[in-house]
Design a protein around this ligand. Sequence first.
Ligand code: PMP
Length: 341
Amino acid sequence: MPFRSDVIESIGNTPLIKLRRASEITGCTILGKAEFMNPGQSVKDRAGKQMILEAEKRGELKPGGLVVESTAGNTGIGLALVASARGYRTIIVIPETQSQEKKDMLRLCGAELVEVPALPYANPNNYQHVGKRLADELRKTDKAGVIFADQWNNLDNRKAHYVSTGPEIWDQTQGKVDGFVCSVGTGGTLAGTSAFLREKNKDIAIGCADPHGAAMYDFFKTGTPKVSPGGSVTEGIGLARVTNIVEDVKVSHPYLIPDEEALPIVFDLLEHEGICVGGSSGVNVAGAIRLARDLGPGKTIVTILCDHGSRYQSKLFNKDFLESKKLPVPDFLKKPAPKLH
Ligand code: PMP
């Protein structure tokens, strides 16, 4: 058909773009899956679509139903778009520290926002627990069906990548892919994509690029999760506990990526390749460069360009923010704004 029947059909089938400079410095072909080109501008549109369509199939949502979710933002945007297209409402519980742009976008997409303080998972008022309690409460009175999408435990999140991201990468590389690497928020992308690719090529190298302050690097290296020291200004990644989505993932190459390594890559992609992405994509490309160096020249390595950089203008692309975090400021952000005539 020459057109897509609705916005949901235009989720996925994103281009795979050769990252010129990362490829040049490693002698490998490093490819980025351009997830920022999804309708909601992130990889999480895929999870939003799968979780809602599967809930529908199970009869959990009826017209006018309600989707509740706890999210750092991107999953909420994906869910809200899909929910609008299917006639559902959305309530999103979000830590107040997430970027203003994501919150504005969520409201624009019709979601009702519940902002809560950013607290560790062990605290009963952490946003993930608040979301679940809210859904349980609303379910008592709402007749059209209330689901708690629950991306951390919902295996439909992982399935989204097993049925779409993995097969797309396999087709787009014509099966010539030596390594896949990405970071972990819920782990849906890493788990689903790597499971599919490993079924096709049992020798494929699977890398995990973990930011500081998360526990996946140690978990994949030693089998025991241990939160690494320090923190990260990246958003949407950094899992500190083992969930049913990540527990079976086989990672051959775990990497711990500091922001000082990831952010210059984000700036470089924008300045020299016209690719505008957020911080987690920098962590991913840094992981791809490390994997390329470990595997040696001539290999093809795929990673994920998770979301669009416009979502972080007030943070990553803001000189004052970077200085306040003692992070390097790229030259192009130091220049004064051009004068209008
Ligand atoms: N990057 C960004 C910007 C995200 O929002 C997310 C999802 N929270 C991820 C990466 C990681 O995706 P996943 O949940 O599939 O691990």
